[in-house]
Write a protein that binds this ligand. Structure first.
Ligand code: FES
Ligand code: FES
Length: 151
């Protein structure tokens, strides 16, 4: 599989989940594990361009896939516009949910540079945040849209 542009090959137990492989084998601990049931969204990664829950996928299913995790958003020391927007609008507190939110927002903004409020709500609706009350996250997405339009 390719993760954040880097090719990886490994033998894995058939039962190893993708999130455990990313975190445990590749050391990409930016992808978080919350519910482990496909509900909270903390473990969301990009799989061939689509946002998926890596806690309910097996690592072996990713054979040959192109993945992107939150570590792949920044360009070296330069934060991605989505990351800058979350920072500026305080779209995070403890940060546990944040990588998943960012990956889903990244997928949304890869599909459209002018998302409707409904599309934004639909995207964020698949994620649970216990800290922010969501409003600052919605504002961060609007700022991210603006930043990506003008970058
Ligand atoms: S940890 Fe995967 S959806 Fe909650
Ligand atoms: S910032 Fe703490 S769970 Fe979202």
């Amino acid at each position: 599989m390719t993760v954040n542009g880097e090719r990886h090959e490994a033998d894995v137990e058939p039962r190893t989940t993708l999130v455990d492989f990313l975190r445990g084998t590749l050391g990409l601990t930016g992808t978080h594990v919350g519910c482990e049931h496909g509900v909270c969204g903390a473990c969301t990664v990009l799989w061939n361009g689509k946002a998926v829950r890596s806690c309910i996928m097996l690592a072996v299913q990713a054979d040959g896939a192109e993945l992107k995790t939150v570590e792949g958003l920044a360009d070296g020391p330069t934060l991605h516009p989505i990351q800058r927007a979350f920072l500026e609008k305080h779209g995070l507190q403890c940060g546990f949910c944040t990588p998943g939110f960012m990956i889903s927002v990244y997928e949304l903004l890869s599909r459209t540079s002018t998302p409707t409020d409904e599309e934004i709500t639909d995207t964020l609706g698949g994620h649970i945040c216990r800290c922010t009350g969501y409003q600052s996250i919605v504002e961060a997405v609007h700022v991210a849209v603006e930043k990506m339009r003008t970058k």
